[in-house]
Design a protein around this ligand. Structure first.
Ligand code: ADP
Ligand code: MG
Length: 696
């Protein structure tokens, strides 16, 4: 069919070709696996009198009127009569060829969304062609596409990709038994059906992906994910890492660094910290690289666990790197670990993007010579220039903040003899355990399920923005008691500058309302040095109130802060709210979190926002929060967001398809063992070049 938006015929194909590449549609199989978003029904011709406004319909009729109107703006208006009623076709953009096809007396076939208009029923920019011709026997697929890639072009490409692709079975028949649809016996059938379903299909089963063809596809996808995880695990098991044993550093006569660090800590480890430490130690003494996720709620004390792991590594005579997502956080780790390790004679190097060239050169030299046992920094740690003498352990804090590529880069900082470093990832936004176990077959998980003693739970209140004054009064009371306060302003995605106004305004207002009180401002656009200066004024207690955008979100540790105010809390995600709240309640004083919300012009908050704020009031437990988050958002998005923004699964949904996931988990090792070639082909088919990434 001709569409007004179709490109003129002679346009070179390079634009769509580029767009296809961007969508990852490189191979025939990629095209075959590019499944429709929805379908259009061109298999039927309806009578206008039977069609309702709002429906997408196809009808045939005679053009009874055609004009180019120039009243409000130039447009082509064409009236078509199908014998039962008339419909006006309205085109704001059109070519002379449109006018020609749609000339009075012509019989045309038209498809579009019907709506009631000023001139009677009308369609805006409908598809049309001359009437007659065969009706297709299948629904017409509408594919996800992007700018510069017309649907018509994509349809053709998919069709030929589907015809050319190798769709031979990679799942041996015996494994296609339980949980697997019997009816859709081959991948080829399933794909052909999903691209061109017969019109008698119950559309609902395509939409909710419960149709056997969808089940088959989702099972295939989950199987590919499981096999690739198993492969990754095997590849890793075959790799070598330095076994971090003994105390080369101090010699056998003296207490190890690890023992000395434990001795010098101002607190006793919690049972959970001890247990997790033992789990990590058990990995480090092996000559296989560790691949462990340490999850623990905000404030659970992950830093000291990291420091103890680092000390094991340094004890054995190797270097350790610790990477954090923001400079503020890296700086804080640096100070803390420096204060613990320097007195014990360990040199720590510091690397960040903003440091002066001279300082940087000095640090690089310390790292290369091996003089620095520990290296702490931001992304700067993974740059090519950074050469370690003998890196054996890398620790990534707030790992979900890093992209997969960055994590791979850090892992590839191999030692000279080709060994891989051990990897410890830390996160405060835990993956619910069942999900972690079933989804990440190639990840060992340690969990800090206990907070250090003496913490009083944080009381969370949801307060309408109209009652801001009461909140300010509360701040005054806290300051009178010598406490400190965070006030966080939201990140508005569309405009960083509005953000700034927001935080700046709040800063001014609070400064005016609290005369004689030190009120600081921190936002992402400030030069790093200034950020650090403000942060240390707050850390040292000189400033009582810190107004900030979300730069303080991760990891900041100021135990004297006891009140967290979050403005426009309705705009934050649940795990982000929990992270922010975790900035308080770190000392013995009772702490509170105030979630200020505003409904804007609406009478009340939206459903999802309400569910999030409710969850915040009801629980302080990060695992419970993660569970609720999962419930509110669904696992696809939950995991997707964690993985550098790219969804890991295109089709399957870990919750609705739990049965398929269970099947995939069960058969993946069997297929990999008994049919290694099929397994290889299966993963390649589904993941192509992405397979490498999934292993990070
Ligand atoms: P997170 O897990 O969020 O990274 P931190 O490592 O920043 O938490 O620890 C939070 C605070 O708790 C820090 O001030 C830290 O020194 C303190 N802390 C950690 N472990 C213990 C413990 N076993 N007993 C008392 N305080 C602890
Ligand atoms: Mg932390």
């Amino acid at each position: 069919m001709t569409t007004p938006s179709a490109p003129p015929p002679n346009k070179p194909l390079s634009v769509p070709a580029k767009a296809m590449r961007k969508l990852g549609l490189d191979r025939d199989i990629d095209l075959a696996l590019h499944l429709p978003l929805r379908y259009e029904d061109e298999t039927r011709i309806v009578r206008l009198v039977n069609a309702r406004d709002g429906e997408v319909v196809q009808f045939e009729g005679e053009v009874v009127y055609s004009e180019i109107s120039i009243r409000s703006r130039r447009q082509l208006l064409v009236t078509v009569d199908d014998g039962s009623d008339t419909c006006v076709l309205r085109f704001l953009n059109f070519y002379p060829s449109h006018q020609k096809t749609l000339s009075v007396g012509a019989r045309v076939r038209v498809r579009g969304e019907l709506r009631g208009g000023f001139l009677g029923r009308e369609m805006m920019h409908p598809h049309f062609k001359l009437a007659g011709g065969e009706l297709p026997g299948a629904l017409t697929p509408v594919y996800p596409t992007s700018a510069g890639l017309p649907q018509v072009y994509l349809r053709k490409a998919v069709l030929s990709g589907l015809a050319r692709a190798d769709l031979s079975e990679t799942i041996p028949a015996p494994f296609l038994s339980q949980n697997m649809p019997q009816r859709m016996s081959s991948l080829r059938e399933a794909l052909q059906f999903l691209h061109h379903p017969t019109p008698d299909v119950a559309l609902q089963t395509l939409e909710d992906r419960s149709h056997p063809a969808w089940q088959r596809l989702k099972a295939e996808e989950l199987l590919a994910q499981q096999i690739s995880q198993l492969q990754a695990r095997r590849v890793r098991a075959a790799m070598r890492a330095p076994a971090l044993k003994g105390s080369v550093l101090r010699g056998a006569q003296q207490p190890s660094l690890h023992a000395q660090l434990l001795e010098s800590l101002p607190f006793k480890l919690t049972a959970a910290q001890q247990r997790v430490g033992t789990e990590i130690d058990a990995d480090l003494v092996k000559n296989v690289p560790m691949h462990r996720l340490l999850q623990g709620d905000v404030g659970a004390g992950k830093t000291v666990v990291a420091a103890l792991a680092a000390s094991r590594c340094i004890d054995a005579g190797w270097q350790c790197a610790l990477m954090a997502p923001t400079e503020i956080l890296a700086d804080q780790h640096f100070r803390k670990l420096l204060s613990w390790l320097e007195p014990l004679g360990i040199k720590t190097a510091w690397l960040t993007g903003s440091q002066k060239p001279k300082m940087r050169r000095e640090m690089l030299a310390l790292i290369e010579s091996g003089e620095a046992g520990l290296v702490i920094g931001t992304h700067a740690v993974i740059q090519d220039k950074v050469k370690f003498k003998n890196l054996a352990l890398t620790i990534i804090d707030e790992q979900h903040r890093f992209g997969v590529a960055q994590r791979l880069a850090l892992r590839s900082k191999m030692t000279d003899d080709g060994q891989e470093p051990h990897l410890l990832m830390m996160t405060a936004t835990p993956i619910p355990r069942t999900l972690a176990m079933s989804y990440y077959a190639d990840l060992d998980v340690s969990t800090l399920d206990e907070l250090p003693p003496g913490r009083t739970p944080i009381v969370t209140k949801v307060v309408n923005d109209a009652r801001r004054d009461e909140v300010v009064a509360r701040i005054q009371a806290q300051i009178a008691e010598g406490r400190q306060i965070y006030w966080v302003c939201p990140l508005i995605e569309e405009s960083e500058s509005i953000d700034l106004v927001n935080a700046t305004q709040t800063h001014e207002d609070l400064s005016a309302a609290l005369p004689g009180v030190g009120v600081g401002l921190l936002h992402s656009r400030m030069p790093v040095a200034e950020k650090k200066a403000v942060m240390s004024l707050f850390t040292d207690g000189v400033m009582a109130v810190l107004v900030s955008t979300t730069v303080i979100e991760v990891g900041v540790d100021v135990p004297n802060a006891s009140l967290m105010v979050i403005e426009h809390a309705e705009r934050f995600g649940l795990s982000q709210l929990h992270q922010l709240r975790g900035r308080v309640g770190r000392g013995a004083a009772a702490s509170a979190c105030v979630l200020l919300y505003s409904t804007g012009d609406a009478p009340r908050l939206g459903e999802v926002a309400r569910a999030r704020l409710k969850a915040m009031v009801e629980t302080n437990d990060g695992f419970e929060i993660a569970r609720r988050d999962l419930e509110i958002r669904g696992p696809g998005e939950f995991l997707g967001a964690r993985q550098s923004g790219a969804a890991m699964l295109r089709f399957a949904d870990l919750e609705t398809d739990a049965a398929l996931l269970a099947w995939a988990r069960e058969v993946a090792p069997l297929i990999l063992n008994q049919y290694p070639e099929l397994a290889e082909r299966h993963v390649l088919r589904w993941m192509g070049s992405k397979a490498e990434f999934l292993k990070a």
